[in-house]
Ligand binder design. Structure first.
Ligand code: DOR
Ligand code: ZN
Length: 347
């Protein structure tokens, strides 16, 4: 028997589209299923000014295949030199939906990020004043902090002090990976939300390391212990409006991942919605998939829920997802959960 589920069209509240030929290769994978996405600004060079964001949005729209509709929601990359007035002006035009904070050196293309948080105080205060949300990559970069502890330490040492000293600042903890992240959101009042990726609902750190190193499961923040994965699944499937989908789908060429120093990022744009249907069904929470993927994000950002819908169908036969997406520079491996999934998106 086929089972089907129709939900308001989902959005992706954290996405890497890159630029040039890679943008062209990966954009249809997102636009096929998602109405909108928050576009990460970690290009080289990063998207810092309003003018750069306008130009990047134009390149995204130019790469969109005929007949597809998709709205990129643009962000600015916060640096210690960011001018609060420039940020406010870019927000006032309606173009910029959030500002992204990368601790310097935390992840891919984060070298221009923030090392001294005192130097972004004025920008954060301006954002609180104008109601512009801050998307946070929540990991400290101190060499003496174990990589598996970097999110929990960031919450205590950086995030909580920033929130206490900047009342009214709306914050999205991006791609949370720990019970600590879940609890911090649950224990705090208005103005705090969190995105959760598809892959962090599926893999724990064993998937990366047991039986040989699996570079396509390596991302940042790195997947943690099983107890953390279970906490993320409970949060995502709970219906709690503060948790919503941000895939962090992050394409890298296979050659750059299957390397002695492999890049961080899982590419999940292609099969995220069927994988989520599988996860939510396992948790007995299919009725909360629409909240997580289509309603809670717009709610947090103060945007309307998409008017059109997406239908997921569960078949008798396992769905054959593509293994790779081709780009002119080479293939990008599509995230595989390592088990059969019977859900697919009805075309
Ligand atoms: O795994 C990741 N990949 N985490 C990030 O924070 C950045 C992203 C990328 O840009 O490749
Ligand atoms: Zn990301």
């Amino acid at each position: 028997m086929t089972q089907s589920l129709t939900i308001a069209r989902p959005d992706d509240w954290h996405l890497h589209l890159r630029d040039g030929a890679m943008l062209q290769a990966v954009l249809p994978e997102t636009a096929r299923h998602f109405g909108r996405a928050i576009i990460m600004p970690n290009l080289v060079p990063p998207v810092i000014s309003g003018a750069q964001a306008v130009a990047y949005k134009d390149r995204i729209m130019a790469a969109l295949p005929e007949g597809m509709s998709f709205e990129p929601l643009m962000t600015l990359y916060l640096t210690e030199e960011s001018d609060p007035e420039d940020i406010a002006a870019a927000h006032a035009t309606g173009l910029i939906k959030a500002v992204k904070l990368y601790p310097a050196g935390a992840t891919t293309n984060s070298a221009s990020g923030v090392a001294n948080f005192k130097n972004v105080r004025a920008a954060l205060e301006k954002m609180a004043e104008i109601g512009l949300p801050l998307c946070v990559h929540g990991e400290v970069t101190d060499h003496d902090v174990d990589i598996f502890d970097r999110e929990a330490v960031f919450i205590d040492r950086v995030l909580d002090p920033i929130r206490k000293s900047t009342p009214g600042l709306r914050v999205i903890m991006e791609h949370i990976t720990t019970q600590d992240g879940v609890a911090y959101v649950q224990d705090n009042a208005d103005g705090l939300g969190a995105t959760i990726t598809t892959h962090h609902l599926i893999i724990n750190r064993n998937h990366i390391l047991v039986g040989g190193i699996k570079p396509h499961y390596y991302c940042l923040p790195v997947a943690k212990r099983e107890e953390h994965r279970l906490a993320l699944r409970a949060a995502a499937t709970s219906g709690d409006a503060r948790f919503f989908l941000g895939t962090d789908s992050a394409p890298h060429l296979d050659g750059d991942k299957e390397s002695a120093c492999g890049c961080a990022g899982c590419f999940t744009a292609t099969n995220t919605m069927p994988l989520l249907a599988h996860v939510f069904e396992e948790e007995g929470a299919l009725d909360h998939l629409e909240s997580f993927a289509s309603r809670n994000g717009p709610g947090f950002y103060g945007l309307p829920v998409n008017q059109d819908t997406l239908t997921l169908v569960k078949n008798q036969q396992a769905t054959a997802f593509p293994d790779k997406i081709e780009s002119p520079q080479g293939p990008v491996t599509v995230f595989s959960p390592g088990y059969d999934v019977f859900w697919t998106v009805a075309e």
